[in-house]
Design a protein around this ligand. Structure first.
Ligand SMILES: [Zn+2]
Ligand SMILES: [Zn+2]
Ligand SMILES: [Zn+2]
Length: 139
């Protein structure tokens, strides 16, 4: 979990203004190890209107701070990026795991990066979602 001070610092480092909604959103995302569904973000930041929240998410995605962890089903999940990501440039070599029992979505680091190539096509992003039962539900 990040303190409010370190979140402000983090935003400043990326030339983003530390507005209350950005700080609130980032502290919410840093509270948990798993990704958070949009409806829950909305619930937690009720005091801000939907348009502001939507714009904030996009600004943070653009700033290399937040990414979409899963868009399957009817929910979009969001997660914090690692320090590897920078403005306009996300560097993710991880996959997303969705637990079919508790419905948690987590960023999972894998030992080998997934490399896919299609002749004459330029691939910008590979998104892999793995479904199964997580270690907490499997006990
Ligand atoms: Zn990222
Ligand atoms: Zn689970
Ligand atoms: Zn992720």
């Amino acid at each position: 979990m990040m303190s409010e001070e370190s979140i402000k610092e983090y935003l400043r480092e990326r030339a983003l203004k530390a507005t209350p909604i950005r700080v609130g959103l980032l502290s919410l995302l840093s509270e948990r190890e798993s990704a958070i569904p949009y409806s829950e973000i909305q619930e937690n930041l009720k005091s801000f209107d939907r348009v502001t929240l939507y714009r904030t998410l996009n600004a943070l995605i653009d700033g290399g701070i937040v990414h979409k962890a899963s868009t399957s089903g009817d929910e979009t999940y969001y997660a914090l990026c690692s320090q590897n990501c920078s403005k306009h440039c996300h560097k993710h070599e991880h996959i997303h795991f969705k637990c079919t029992a508790c419905h948690e979505v987590s960023c999972m680091h894998i030992e080998q990066a997934i490399k896919i190539s299609i002749p004459n096509f330029q691939i910008e992003e590979v998104s892999v979602e793995v479904k199964g039962v997580c270690d907490k539900c499997c006990k």
